[in-house]
Design a protein around this ligand. Structure first.
Ligand SMILES: *Cc1c(COP(=O)(O)O)cnc(C)c1O
Length: 416
């Protein structure tokens, strides 16, 4: 990190960056959508392609001087195509939400029908929430999970045939179980709908074969690059050659202006890392750690939605304990653990309060945490939930969290 350079220009910001580094170092990061990039990916984000305007696509730009960024963007495209086994990739979306918008813009006209997973059941805002453009400009039908916390495919099919959507969206932000993309494709075919698989959360696991791939089933695959994939913040849209030109046009000029070529360079570096054998081992450990953490919760009397996990995340169900996700996630922050409140299926509480907490293992696995540490984290969190009013007990648990953080130094080589 070029902290000295920043410091010379702006101490107010450099100090806050150092404060954030310190916060990250002294926190057990269990937010399921977060990760720690390599220092190479981070360094690439702070490089000169940030100065370049490159509207358009490689070889077809609206500005001169794009020969070099063209090479960077083509490398990013080729690597991500290889990673997911797809014919076409657009690496320009600034985020996962933009990637999803591009597909909606290409496939739909205002008022067309979408079938997406309900936000309170684990879906994403961009899958048709009334608070998001996807719910404002399109007609929404939704599906959810059954009482056990699993997607009810029979119900998805029933709703799809009833509503005849033009697009079905699968993929989730808070779903701990394997998604059956083949089944979704069969439903989409029956309903005469396009299928979009949003793998924002599970992309890293899909890339390494630790979650089945939607490639070959979904017409469109969207993802973020910063969650399990461990790259810079950003998005990607993938599709077959047939839809390539339409998707590219939807991204630019449909939605965005100039692409962030420095971030695209960092995506390329992250894709190279994800193609390496070590990343396979990483994904394997993410899933192993999640299973170990889930087991620790269950062993310590904490309920989980669906009783466990197949992937990198799990959702604690607090209903039996009569506690809220809001209170518990705030309490956890005091003991150096970050996680976010999350609705549970049929949550009696509002989305601002909730009866659940979502936790994931991608970030702590990057840091080096192992299965035996998951047992300890599960015990710390279970104790903290049960004693959430006992300040002295919480102080003790906070110390235990800090001891674990010290065991696995984060970015030890950053001289900040
Ligand atoms: C995180 C997420 C997104 C959005 O990503 P942003 O980069 O925050 O815009 C989209 N879809 C799903 C399923 C997600 O989990």
């Amino acid at each position: 990190m070029e902290i000295e350079i920043i410091k010379a220009a702006d101490t107010e910001i450099s100090e806050l960056i150092l404060k954030e580094l310190d916060r990250q170092r002294n926190t057990i990061e269990l937010i399921a959508s977060e990760n720690f990039t390599s220092t190479a990916v981070m360094a690439t984000c702070g490089t000169v392609p940030t100065n370049k305007y490159a509207e358009g696509k490689p070889g077809k730009r609206f500005y001169n001087g794009c020969e070099v960024v063209d090479e960077i963007e083509i490398i990013a495209q080729e690597r991500v195509k290889k990673l997911f086994g797809v014919e076409h990739a657009n690496v320009q979306p600034h985020s996962g939400a933009q990637a999803n918008m591009a597909v909606l813009l290409y496939v739909l006209k205002p008022g067309d029908k979408i079938l997406g997973m309900d936000l309170s059941n684990g879906g994403h805002l961009t899958h048709g929430s009334p608070a998001n453009f996807s719910g404002m400009y399109f007609d929404i039908a939704s599906y959810g999970v059954d009482d056990q916390g699993y997607i009810d495919y029979e119900n998805v099919e029933k709703v799809a045939l009833e509503h005849g959507p033009k697009l079905i969206i699968c993929g989730a932000s808070a779903y701990a179980r394997t998604i059956d993309f083949k089944r979704f494709k069969e439903i989409a075919d029956k309903a005469g709908a396009f299928l979009m698989a949003d793998i924002a959360h599970i992309a890293g696991l899909v890339a390494t074969g630790h979650h089945p791939s939607p490639a070959g089933y979904a017409d469109f695959i969207t993802t973020t690059t910063h969650k399990t994939l461990r790259g810079p913040r950003g998005g990607v849209v993938m599709c077959s050659k047939e839809h390539a030109a339409g998707i590219d046009k939807a991204v630019f000029p449909g939605l965005q202006g100039g692409p962030l070529e420095h971030i695209i360079a960092a995506k390329a570096v992250a894709f190279k890392e994800a193609l390496a054998p070590e990343f396979k081992e990483y994904s394997e450990n993410v899933v192993k750690n999640a299973k170990a953490l889930a087991r620790s919760f269950v062993d310590n009397g904490i309920d989980l939605v669906s009783g466990g996990t197949d992937n990198h995340l799990m959702i604690i169900d607090l209903r039996k304990l009569d506690k809220t996700g809001k209170d518990i996630s705030n309490m956890l922050e005091k003991i150096h653990i970050t996680a976010n409140k999350n609705t549970v299926p049929n949550d009696p509480k509002s989305p601002f309060v909730t009866s659940g907490v979502r936790l994931g293992t991608p970030a702590i696995t990057t840091r080096g945490f192992k299965e035996e540490d998951m047992k300890v984290i599960g015990e710390i969190i279970a104790e903290a939930i049960k004693n959430s009013e006992d300040e002295q007990k919480l102080a003790e648990l906070g110390k235990k969290s800090l001891e674990l953080c010290a065991k696995y130094p984060l970015y030890p080589d950053l001289t900040a």
